[in-house]
Design a protein around this ligand. Sequence first.
Ligand code: FAD
Ligand code: GLY
Length: 379
Amino acid sequence: MNSDVLIIGAGVIGLCIARELHKKGFRRIEIVERGKAGQEASFAAAGMLAPNAETDKIDDFYHFCSESNGLYPGFAAELLEETGIDIELDRSGTLFLAFSEKDAAVLRNRFNWQRDAGLRVEHLTAAETLGLEPFISTDVCESLFFADDWQVENRKLLAALLKYTQLNGIEIQEHTEIQRICLEDGKITGAESASNKFLADLTILATGAWTSLIKLGEAAMPIIVKPIRGQMIGFHPHERLFQRVIYSPRGYIVPRADGRILTGATVEDAGFDKSVTEDGVGKLREAALEIAPCLGDFEISDRWTGLRPFAAEGLPILGEIPNAGNLFVATAHYRNGILLAPLTAKIIAARIAEGKVSEYLKIFHPQRFRGVEQLSQLL
Ligand code: FAD
Ligand code: GLY
């Protein structure tokens, strides 16, 4: 098939871009996926939409996160209308607990600058915190409450995006690993796997942690993305014990509507190894029990891992490879790809469909990698 747009990678980023391009009128969109669609980092994630809880400064990345978060209510409503799938956007907010004077000092610092910057953050006493979440540890000293940090059921989000592709004739070729972006006479003509060529007017790399493994013609990919493993565990108490996402400095718990409680996550440089380790599970359980000792009454019901796509400074890589004109990259969303998917898709699609260059494309452009500058001179 000769597509208008070839998207490599069917994670949340590739699927959101496909949907956005389809809404802008593109009809021949093909997605190629090395495994099964929507089963990698986007599936492993906790689904927190948390621009504020972990932030220590207001910078371009903060604004990018915050703006994308603001798209979620509309995005969730549209997906429900388009696919009938409720992605369980939960706007109950996020608590960040302190269990020691050292934890409290970090929280107070965050509270002071965020309040001074006009962000929505509240400083709560232990009693106020326990009033909101009675099942947490009575050892809590104080907490911060972030009303604008939410959560979404990321697996339902993936299900909704996949349903959108099915309903709208967007083809997904699964179990097909792209090895090379094809370059002919200085122009990108698509991509190839071991046995197939996928010709397209325009190619988008949404390949998460695996991006650097793909060749660009005969050259190595000049964009450096590495996998950072995150292990997670789950408990399933069958009734909803917590209403909000709850962090401590050592981990977080995310209560789902069906009673499941996800606990995350490790941050490990372990290459492409997706093992769950005894050490990782032990540390996660400890972090969960510090937040809520009552979780010790439940078996660990589930354990899994995912590979976060990390690039220099932890910042995403978004936009066009200069001079190629028809090769785009949308990757390296590291710890915030679920949060950043709606805005990423909007700015990439607006660039492709209307030539609009968002400020964020100027900030997170791929040319910040020296090899991309050099490569673009060859095109
Ligand atoms: P992926 O979902 O990994 O998708 C990339 C796809 O590309 C994969 O399916 C892969 O198979 C495919 N692919 C790669 N190479 C090729 C190739 N050569 N040919 C064909 N296909 C290819 N983010 C948040 O916003 N909130 C959270 O709470 C959160 N929690 C997280 C918790 C954990 C444990 C982890 C691991 C991540 C978490 N994240 C969170 C981060 C988020 O999951 C990622 O940033 C996001 O999923 C990245 O999306 P993606 O589509 O780029 O990557
Ligand atoms: N954003 C949560 C994580 O990456 O673990």
